[in-house]
Ligand binder design. Structure first.
Ligand code: ADP
Ligand code: ZN
Ligand code: ZN
Length: 666
């Protein structure tokens, strides 16, 4: 008979498995909450984290396996609380939350070795900093400074170029003076070299850690560590950085807070802005949500009296004013190869004046679909229920959902006809057309295909600075935080698709994108012009846009959402499931629906299971169930009761199941 020492500890360990439970292991001494360990699970050695709180099972010590190794790392307390909140709020398995939140290096079943790691601190200074806040900025600055010692959520709603970033820099300076740290959350594509340079120049003698997808796992971990021990003063990063530990955090800034990239759309479906708000409330510090087009959610919170709102109404650079936005009615003006004469003339004028123009078309590739004129065949993806996009560069068809790529067929795969046609316009096609129209102009295309390298943006800035570009053509990547002083014309093509969409957020997104792209022009002392080609010039959205009336548009949207019982007036959750066969997937979801119907909670509406809009993705069939709740509390009650029941209800087939709270993919 085996005997074990009397003081043997039973520890709950969180593992990276999709189960709502922890696992018990034994060890001879107690371990800290959040300690990284190595254990055996299903005949594999895996990393786990001590989670002492879960004491639901009192197992027989004899049957338990020992902890194999104890690593030195411990998840810091502030991140432990955040993880706990996240697991509760998103109803996601605890182990899964931990493994989504921690740096990659800590997931590896070995000791962390940080030798030969280059520092994450960026540095390069070109200009001297000497800017004074203007009157509008100063009033906001003074007011926020009064609130450094408590939770203070504030929206800074400032038109493009009104000096929001400048204001952040001054607020950060104040916080650093108090020996506190600052977290700046930015959408990935917003972290332009220009923005970084402004930070580096302003805070020359401070340690800034940059945590984006370009950072190597080691650099990311180093940033995580130096923030946790207080040596990094400023952390600038994308949504994952909301899980960075801090020694003494004094301020959070969420730049472009409306940006949908703050919401993760797979695994743990968290919203970094919302988690940031929670963190600020826990620590008791201000959080700034900056945007030229704040999200409806945040403005709703302001209307409810939960957030503060500051406005910056003028452009900061003297003489710089908002551009004139004009609609080009496609019912009236004929387009040749997608361009009206008005647009062609406007481009010609900028070329003569040696000014920069920008053409916005939110679709990369050459054409969204290749089709056969004889039998109607379309370039369907083998793995998804979407069409493959025709790409001119390297001539291939590519699925933008799963990256599946094939050579362009010379004949129709169905009827062998050679009468194939690329339908619709993407950035590459516009690039070709503009190249034919203005053969001597210098054209640059900006989309996901051209900006994947680390130096892509820097190269672009150098080119623009050296006047080596006349016309920029690109997707919404162009809409982001850039500041090109010589840009005087913005053209929007194919913009109407966002007007009539199944997704209730599509019109908000369209308005935001168009405001942002339009805002790129006229930032210097030259006046900007914006031309938008549309078939629906009478649409309310465009009328508000032309009038630069964001508040009017928001009121219009809020009225619409209220009358249709849409968020933020109600709360949504989406159950998602995927598997091999759509009927099996729907069948499983339907049985979950039945379970939920038995849990009677008032104010909840459960819709039937339906196939997702993109029904087939990466060879998986997908379906979803929408749940609507008048109050958030009731939604959480429903899931708290549902999850224990799910355990007993194993699907008969291999089915992946997830819960999405506050979903963005509808
Ligand atoms: P936003 O973040 O709102 O787009 P920025 O902070 O980037 O605005 O400011 C837009 C432009 O105005 C930048 O070129 C910036 O350097 C300049 N700027 C901002 N604030 C001031 C100020 N107080 N004095 C002079 N120039 C300013
Ligand atoms: Zn055919
Ligand atoms: Zn695909």
């Amino acid at each position: 008979m085996t005997t074990i020492p009397i003081n043997t500890q039973v520890l709950s360990i969180a593992l990276d498995v999709p189960l709502y439970q922890t696992f018990s292991y034994i060890h001879d001494v107690p371990l800290a909450h959040g300690q990284r360990v190595l254990v055996e699970f299903r005949h594999k050695k895996v990393v786990g984290f001590v989670w002492n709180e879960d004491k639901t099972i009192l197992p027989d010590k004899l049957s338990l396996k020992p902890i194999l190794e104890v690593y030195p790392e411990i998840i810091p307390d502030d991140i432990i609380s955040l993880i706990k909140f996240c697991a509760d709020y998103y109803h996601y398995p605890l182990g899964g939350v931990i493994f989504n939140a921690i740096p990659k290096i800590l997931k590896q079943a070995k000791l962390v070795n940080l030798k030969n790691t280059r520092s994450v601190v960026a540095s390069s200074c070109r200009q001297i900093y000497d800017k004074q806040l203007n009157y509008e900025q100063k009033i906001i600055f003074d007011d926020i400074c009064q609130h450094f010692t408590h939770f203070f959520p504030a929206i800074i709603y400032g038109i493009t170029g009104s000096g929001k970033t400048e204001l952040y820099l001054q607020l950060i300076t104040e916080v650093l003076k108090q020996d506190k740290q600052v977290l700046v959350l930015v959408p990935e594509i917003n972290l332009t070299p220009q923005m970084l340079e402004r930070f580096n120049t302003k805070f020359k003698d401070k340690m800034i850690a940059i945590l984006t997808s370009h950072a190597t796992p080691r650099a990311r971990y180093l940033g995580y560590q130096s923030s946790g021990n207080g040596s990094a003063n400023i952390i600038i990063g994308t949504r994952l950085s909301v899980f960075t530990p801090f020694k003494s955090l004094g301020l959070i800034i969420v730049d472009e807070e409306h940006d949908q990239s703050f919401k993760q759309n797979d695994n743990l479906r968290y919203h970094a802005r919302d988690l940031a708000i929670w963190r600020a409330s826990q620590i008791g510090i201000p959080i700034i949500l900056g945007s030229a087009t704040p999200s409806l959610e945040s403005l709703y919170n302001y209307k409810q009296g939960r957030y503060h709102l500051y406005k910056l109404n003028k452009r900061a650079v003297t003489n710089a004013i908002l551009p004139k936005i004009e609609l080009v009615d496609l019912n009236f003006y004929q387009a040749n190869k997608g361009l009206t004469q008005i647009v062609v003339d406007a481009l010609k004028l900028r070329l003569e004046r040696k000014e920069l123009s920008m053409i916005f078309i939110n679709r990369r590739g050459y054409s969204p679909v290749l089709s056969c004129n004889e039998c109607g065949w379309v370039s369907q993806c083998k793995q998804c229920s979407t069409t493959m996009v025709y790409h001119l560069v390297n001539t291939h068809l590519k699925c933008h959902h799963c990256s599946y790529t094939v050579a362009i067929p010379k004949k129709c795969p169905t009827c062998k006809s050679q009468n194939l046609q690329a339908l619709g316009d993407g950035t590459q096609k516009v690039e070709t057309i503009i190249g034919e129209l203005f053969p001597y102009s210098k054209i640059e295309r900006i989309d996901q295909d051209t900006t994947s390298t680390k130096s892509a943006w820097q190269d672009l800035y150098t080119k623009i600075h050296n006047h080596e570009i006349d016309i920029l053509i690109g997707t919404q990547m162009l809409a982001k935080g850039h500041d090109f002083h010589n840009l005087t014309l913005v053209v929007g093509l194919n913009i109407d698709s966002g007007l009539y969409s199944y997704d209730f957020r599509a019109s908000e997104l369209l308005f935001t994108q168009l405001t942002q792209v339009a805002g790129r022009s006229g930032r210097g002392d030259k006046k900007g012009q914006v031309l938008l080609q549309t078939k629906y010039p009478g649409h309310e959205l465009y009328q508000y846009l032309v009038a630069h009336d964001f508040s009017g548009f928001i009121n219009y949207l809020m009225t619409q959402r209220k009358s249709l019982f849409l968020p933020p007036y109600t709360h949504y959750a989406m159950l998602r499931a995927s598997g091999k066969n759509i009927l099996q997937v729907i069948d499983y979801l339907q049985s979950v629906v039945l379970l939920m119907q038995k849990i009677t909670i008032p104010g909840i509406t459960i819709y039937p299971a339906v196939p997702s809009v993109i029904r087939r993705l990466k060879n998986k069939e997908r379906a979803q169930v929408l749940i609507q709740s008048v109050e958030r509390r009731q939604l959480h009650m429903l899931f708290d009761r549902l999850i224990p029941l799910l355990k007993q209800m194993k699907p008969k087939y291999a089915i992946t199941f997830s819960i999405d709270i506050d979903p963005y993919e509808i």
